[in-house]
Design a protein around this ligand. Structure first.
Ligand SMILES: *[C@@H]1O[C@H](CO)[C@@H](O)[C@H](O)[C@H]1NC(C)=O
Ligand SMILES: *[C@@H]1O[C@H](CO)[C@@H](O)[C@H](O)[C@H]1NC(C)=O
Ligand SMILES: *[C@@H]1O[C@H](CO)[C@@H](O)[C@H](O)[C@H]1NC(C)=O
Ligand SMILES: [Zn+2]
Length: 971
């Protein structure tokens, strides 16, 4: 599945609005992680009534009947399916949206058996003479008669007991007919709705991964059960039907034809047979969308589908322009031509993940495929390019060659995430995407993986059984850490060798399934062929990174050349209760540069070692983990830290830009883990007054966020603001010059990002000229609301800054623009900006609006309250509001999209005093029994408040002293 699957919508909005690619604080990340884990709560209960003809057998004496196991037996193997589905885009007499259909599956009997288990979930199956299926022998085989059939609900099987055995080596054909609900539950065959010119439109679409193909038709729904699919869709005349394969072509004599069913004039669209593929990659859509596509005669037909309006406005053009080049990049990278004849990509109004790599018909959220240059920011554009790249990478890795079982999901998703940056880099060579992976994926997941609650990348096959277990795997460890360790591997065996290994792997296993060691085998062959020297085999090296959680901190003593490694834990007191057979030691590829010496490399394979090349003379410096290619943190002896800081102050450009960001990130995290002084971490930000690059600035911002949360209501705040104001002033002026007095958009992608940092930090710390600038732009817009000239990249920060500096007039204007916004991303930016005001009464009024669905849609209430709580003035107001209205919130907003856990996390993230702690305890006591999904969040909040109290107690004095002395001394 595409990126962003594990980010709930609310969190995704925050990320986009507050700071693109923002990693936020360490604490915030653990919160995101907690939310990921609970993301699958929202699946609605079955609405179809239970099949009354179902015969449930008496409870079996042994709990291990085959139908009670979550995995299919290995007795049957599907060959092909012939499926016809008819979704109704209008409600039936009972007010339900349904679909009906029938399916024939041809399968081979591999081992003799008198039992057929086939997945089927929430389908109402037609009974034929009392049985839920019909069985036929093929090629002369005789099928035994059916003895008993029933639906086994917990394991989601249609169980068919036979009166005699199926013969090994024979083929059979199983027919079923069924009705299902076309619900708006975002899983299986589901419905999405939107309005166009005031008319409600219904789209029937699918999301099968991981285990919902069985909701669309009975099937052997495991990734290794590959088969050929012959799809037919029946749909209204004004609509088009799409699926993995083409709706016409050399195998089909038939173009879509008119038919009449139940007195309705309809179209029947048959599709070419698919390639041999897994069920989770199936897709079918019925809609009245428009498309733009490549011209006839192109080698691969590429089409971008979306709402008619969106296509007319050209919002699909960017995706169309980039898909071709990205496909050619991957053909070249894998040395394997695109396996299909067409590539359809479609933007859906309702979609749970970011995107889904269905083979030949990729489905997307609108924001992940559509781009509108007038309103979308460069970050929105980057999201589109990387998501497309991620999904196209899966067309080979994942689709052509598929993991045998879900426990290897990390390889599929980690891989696609890693190479999505290579593909995006090819499509947008000036964007420095290969650098941005560090900020977007790696440092963020390091914060999650440094907690004692983390888990290893790779799971055992037997530990992943139930659909819930499978869904839990879609988290940031799987995607981002997976990407980080594969990037590290690709770096130490070189990108060329890595892609050679991939190419032979794809060739050997095409149309088949693999386990991760199959990839290691092919990479090893490529390594051996290229004569690359490694301390051990690819498998042995990588096992350390994938079979144990966490990562090491490497400490280099440049006085002695001694190097040591240790499991890095953010909280020095945390207890790791997950034993590791490798004793938390890794094979660490250490790269470094030092004064006057180019990059060198060394493998640390033990707990400690000595390398004389890392011994330094008194004036030299050394920085390790060049470009953060390894997944580890680095600490040094005090002398080297001092010389690194001096180097940063004098000639920071001698240190590569990613390492300038890395030094900041490592230092702040080592300080949190009490391995270096907090003041050392703060000192890594001193060179920023000369820095203009995005990555170091963004890293500093992410890390300083925590300091703001802890201190923005204390005496530390003044000196801290003064310090940041001093540091950011040169950056603000730099961008003023670069943009010719703010009249031009910076050319470079990362400069565009950093311009946002410059303006938002300058305005919030009171750099002269900043507020006049943003307020001026905003005022101009207020003069003529149909004429907004604020650059899309800057909108978010300009709105926020102008509303913070302004009063009720600005607020009311923004509110009316929010209510009138027709573009979702514009509404989201305004919704956030409205929380930036400094007027308590406006914030309180905004909070009240959150309980009025006429003013703020229920789905947006949670995030709005969280935004308000992020404002230091709004935080106590939001906390009072929550406490005063908990009863009402809990009872009226109980279900659906209101996230109690999210609210508790958002409102309490500043809590750091004994008083805060007592209030939380009181809240817990007062609302016992009506906390619902906030229960866990409340426990986490209590724990986090304690941790914050400790941190503040230990650090406040030195932080205050440091900021004070910095700002009182001359620059
Ligand atoms: C199907 O019916 C529509 C009008 O109802 C007509 O325009 C179209 O030509 C018909 N197509 C075929 C293949 O008969
Ligand atoms: C920017 O404006 C200042 C005065 O406001 C002026 O002195 C300067 O020349 C301008 N720079 C550019 C590049 O237009
Ligand atoms: C407002 O801006 C729009 C678009 O630029 C323009 O067509 C319109 O005339 C302006 N209205 C006023 C009152 O200036
Ligand atoms: Zn994916």
């Amino acid at each position: 599945m595409g990126k962003g699957f594990y980010i709930s919508k609310a969190v995704a909005v925050t990320c986009v609005v507050v700071a693109i690619a923002a990693v936020a604080t360490i604490i915030a990340l653990s919160v995101v992680y907690a939310q990921e884990k609970s993301k699958n709560e929202a699946i609605s209960p079955p609405t179809t009534s239970p099949d009354t003809t179902t015969i449930t057998p008496t409870t079996p004496s042994t709990p291990k009947e085959p139908w009670q196991r979550y995995r299919l037996p290995d007795s049957l193997a599907p060959v092909s399916y012939n499926v016809t589905l008819w979704p109704r885009l209008k409600t039936n007499a009972d007010g339900l949206y349904i679909f009906s259909g029938h399916s024939t599956v041809v399968f081979t009997c591999v081992k003799e058996t008198d039992l057929i288990l086939i997945h089927s979930n929430r389908l109402n199956l037609t009974a034929f003479e009392g049985y839920h299926a019909k069985l036929k022998g093929l090629d002369g085989a005789t099928a035994p008669s059916l003895k008993n059939t029933w639906l086994e609900v917990p394991t989601q099987y249609l169980v068919i007991q036979l009166s005699g055995p199926l013969q090994a080596g024979s083929k059979y054909e199983l027919f079923t007919e069924f009705v299902g609900e076309l619900a708006d539950d975002l899983g299986g065959f589901y419905r999405s709705e939107y309005f166009e010119d005031g008319v409600k439109k219904v789209v029937a679409t699918t999301q099968m991964q991981p285990t919902d193909a069985r909701k669309a038709f009975p099937c052997f729904d495991e990734p290794a059960m590959k088969a050929v699919f012959h799809m037919t869709l029946i749909h209204p005349q004004e609509t088009v039907a799409l699926s993995n394969a083409m709706n016409y072509g050399k195998f089909l004599s038939q173009y879509p034809v008119n038919i009449t069913m139940d007195g309705q004039k309809l179209i029947q669209t048959r599709f070419e047979p698919t390639e041999i593929m897994s069920t989770y990659l199936l897709a079918f859509v019925v809609c009245d969308f428009a498309y733009i596509g490549t011209k006839p005669g192109a080698e691969v037909l590429i089409r971008i589908w979306a709402r008619r309006k969106a296509i007319e406005e050209g919002q699909g053009n960017y995706a169309l322009e980039k898909t071709g080049p990205i496909l050619s990049f991957f053909e070249n990278y894998y040395n394997s031509s695109y396996p299909l004849t067409k590539s359809d990509q479609i933007a859906l109004p309702d979609f749970s993940a970011g995107a889904m790599e269905n083979w030949g018909l990729i489905t997307y959220r609108e924001t992940a495929l559509l781009y509108n240059p007038d309103v979308s920011s460069n970050g929105d554009k980057e999201w589109v390019a990387t998501v497309i790249s991620h999904e196209l990478a899966h067309m080979w890795f994942g689709n052509l060659v598929t993991m045998k079982w879900w426990n290897d999901l990390w390889l599929n998703e980690g891989f696609a995430t890693y190479v999505s940056y290579l593909g995006a880099n090819y499509a947008e060579p000036t964007w420095k995407m290969k650098d941005l992976i560090v900020l977007n994926e790696i440092v963020g997941v390091m914060a999650v993986d440094a907690l004692a609650s983390s888990h290893p990348l790779s799971s055992k096959e037997e530990d992943i059984q139930m659909p819930e277990h499978i869904s839990e795997l879609f988290d940031s460890i799987t995607y981002s850490k997976g990407a980080a360790v594969l990037r590290m591997l690709s770096e130490f065996i070189t990108e060329t060798v890595f892609s050679k290994g991939l190419s032979t792997y794809l060739e050997e296993f095409k149309y088949k399934n693999t386990v991760y060691t199959d990839l290691w085998k092919h990479l090893q062959m490529a390594v051996d062929k290229a004569g690359i020297k490694l301390p051990s085999s690819v498998e042995v090296i990588m096992n350390r990174w994938i079979l144990q959680m966490g990562f090491p901190v490497v400490t280099i003593d440049t006085k002695t050349g001694k190097i040591t490694q240790k499991h890095f834990l953010l909280d020095p007191d945390s207890v790791v209760d997950r034993p590791s057979e490798f004793n938390y030691e890794w094979f660490v590829p250490i790269t470094w540069i030092k004064t006057g010496v180019e990059r060198q490399q060394y493998w640390l394979v033990d707990k400690e070692a000595t390398n004389n090349d890392m011994m330094l003379n008194a004036n030299d410096w050394l920085v390790a983990n060049v470009d953060m290619r390894g997944f580890y943190r680095v600490n040094y002896d005090a002398g080297n830290w001092e010389r690194l800081l001096a180097k940063l102050s004098s000639q920071h450009k001698d240190i590569p830009v990613i390492n300038r960001a890395q030094i900041i990130d490592d230092a702040f995290n080592l300080a949190r883990a009490e391995m270096v002084n907090t003041t050392l971490a703060l000192r890594t930000t001193k060179f920023l007054n000369k820095e203009v690059e995005y990555m170091p600035w963004q890293t500093a911002r992410n890390n300083l966020d925590y300091y703001f949360l802890m201190f923005d209501r204390s005496e530390v705040y003044g000196p801290m603001q003064a310090y940041i104001k001093r540091q950011v002033s040169p950056l603000f002026n730099y961008f003023k010059d670069l943009t010719l007095n703010w009249t031009k958009i910076p050319e470079s992608h990362t400069d565009q990002y950093n311009q946002v940092n410059a303006i938002s930090l300058a305005c919030s710390t009171g750099v002269k000229g900043c507020r006049d600038l943003t307020t001026g732009w905003f005022r101009e817009w207020m003069k003529n609301s149909t004429n907004n000239k604020i650059s899309p990249n800057l909108k978010s920060t300009v709105y926020c800054s102008a509303i913070a500096a302004g009063g009720v007039e600005e607020w009311d204007f923004a509110w009316s623009m929010y209510k009138n916004a027709t573009i979702a991303s514009e509404a989201e930016k305004l919704m956030h900006a409205l929380s930036c005001t400094k007027q308590p009464w406006l914030l309180n009024r905004y909070l009240q609006y959150c309980l009025d669905p006429e003013k703020i849609r229920k789905q947006d209430a949670t995030i709005t309250i969280i935004y308000i709580a992020s404002n230091p003035i709004g935080q106590p107001l939001a906390w009072d509001f929550i406490r005063a209205n908990w009863n009402h919130i809990f009872n009226d907003y109980g279900g659906g999209s209101f996230s109690f856990g999210g609210i508790i996390n958002g409102v309490t993230k500043r809590f750091s005093t004994e008083f805060d702690y007592k209030q939380l305890l009181q809240f817990k006591e007062d609302n016992a029994g009506q906390l619902g999904s906030a229960t866990t969040a409340l426990e986490q909040a209590l724990e986090r408040t304690k941790a914050n109290m400790n941190w503040v107690a230990m650090n406040k004095k030195q932080v205050l002293e440091w900021f004070t002395s910095e700002t009182s001394s001359p620059v």
